[in-house]
Design a protein around this ligand. Structure first.
Ligand code: NDP
Length: 322
């Protein structure tokens, strides 16, 4: 077991850490709860202070532009949440909402307008796009200086190369690593397993862990013996989209678990008729792991906090502000 003595943390215990210990003791489990909600709140407060400093020092307010295409309800909710989060820290938000049957060129025109607009420092195209559009063409059109989602191939390529620095790192995997850092979890030299290899979560999460000197294995849908491989991990990041796939028997005692999965499962006792669970069987895992993120309230809030952080960095970089 390793990782969670006071000595592992720099300085006094932050309030979110104390909160998380209390939450863990309230259940019958041994694992600490990695409380993404309160860490994200703290990060948003730090960002709000920086946004206000930037305004005072150089009179510039960071701006995030969101392009939404079509009428998917989930995408509209994500965009609304992102706009609200911007407002809460003083970042300006801009939105273009195009109809489902728009042409690729119309989306490219919207991106081009924001690329040229000096009041916009970050551009985000809400995915998924309608099936008649080529995601690759659209994401490639965002200038890398404003690619706050970190999905441009140049940013991903730099992330993969030794000695190169991406301008931005994708928000969800960046949030996973930030949680490990803020909870004092040592990554260097540890064995890490990432379950899932998507462009937006699994693959960049594995690259980030490798950059932090972990020894990384990637488990995907064609992996043989995923349980055996996962059981070797000191750190597990799971981004699959299969409810409760990772059982207690997959987990090495004392492992630290970051559960990215968000999966609705039927629940007649919930007013909505469903509840959200992760990829990890929480009830089993929390008896074996040393620390674990809950779903909801783990990685989810961190994703938006990292988007705000990337937008602030973009604006600071544009004005050479430290
Ligand atoms: P994708 O569907 O793009 O990728 C899923 C990955 O899981 C693939 O690499 C796939 O393998 C792998 N996989 C599927 N089934 C298995 C299996 N049985 N065993 C091992 N690996 C498997 O999903 P995303 O990466 O976009 O999202 C993953 C989850 O994370 C979802 O639940 C999503 O809702 C959630 N999510 C949460 C976010 C947050 O902010 N908390 C943000 C983004 C996503 P293969 O490549 O072989 O097909």
């Amino acid at each position: 077991m390793w990782g969670f003595s006071n000595a592992a943390l720099p300085g006094p215990l932050p309030s979110y850490f104390i909160l998380s210990i209390t939450a863990a003791m309230a259940t019958d489990a041994s694992a600490k709860v990695i409380d993404g909600k309160s860490v994200a709140k703290q990060i948003r407060e730090e960002i709000a202070a920086e946004v206000s400093r930037m305004k005072d020092e150089i009179g510039v307010v960071p701006g995030l532009a969101v392009i939404l295409v079509g009428d998917r309800k989930d995408s509209a909710t994500y965009v609304r949440n992102k706009k609200k989060a911007c407002e809460s820290v003083g970042i300006n938000s801009f939105e273009v909402h195009l109809p489902e049957d728009s042409s690729e060129q119309e989306v490219l025109n919207a991106i081009s307008g924001f690329n040229d607009d000096p009041s916009v420092h970050g551009i985000l195209v809400q995915l998924p796009l309608p099936s008649h559009m080529k995601e690759q063409n659209i994401l490639n059109a965002v200038t890398i200086e404003k690619d706050v989602d970190g999905f441009h191939p140049l940013n991903i390529g730099r992330l993969a190369m030794r000695g190169r620095e991406p301008l931005f790192v994708p928000c969800t995997p960046k949030g996973c690593i930030e949680l490990l850092h803020r909870y004092g979890v040592e990554i260097k030299g540890k064995r890490a397993v990432v379950i899932g290899r998507s462009n937006i979560v699994g693959m960049p999460a594995a690259l980030l862990l490798q950059r932090e000197d972990a020894t990384v294995s990637i488990v995907h849908s064609r992996t043989k013996n995923p349980e055996e491989i996962t059981r070797q991990a000191d750190i597990i990041i799971s981004a699959v989209g299969q409810p409760n796939m990772v059982r207690g028997s997959w987990i090495k005692p004392g492992a630290v678990i970051i559960d990215v999965g968000i999966n609705p499962v039927e629940d007649a006792t919930s007013p909505r008729g469903y509840r959200l669970v992760g990829d990890i069987c929480y009830e089993e895992a929390c008896k074996i792991a040393s620390a674990i993120t809950p779903v909801p309230g783990g990685v989810g809030p961190m994703t938006i906090a990292m988007l705000l952080s990337n937008t602030l960095s973009a604006a600071k970089r544009a004005y050479n502000l430290q």
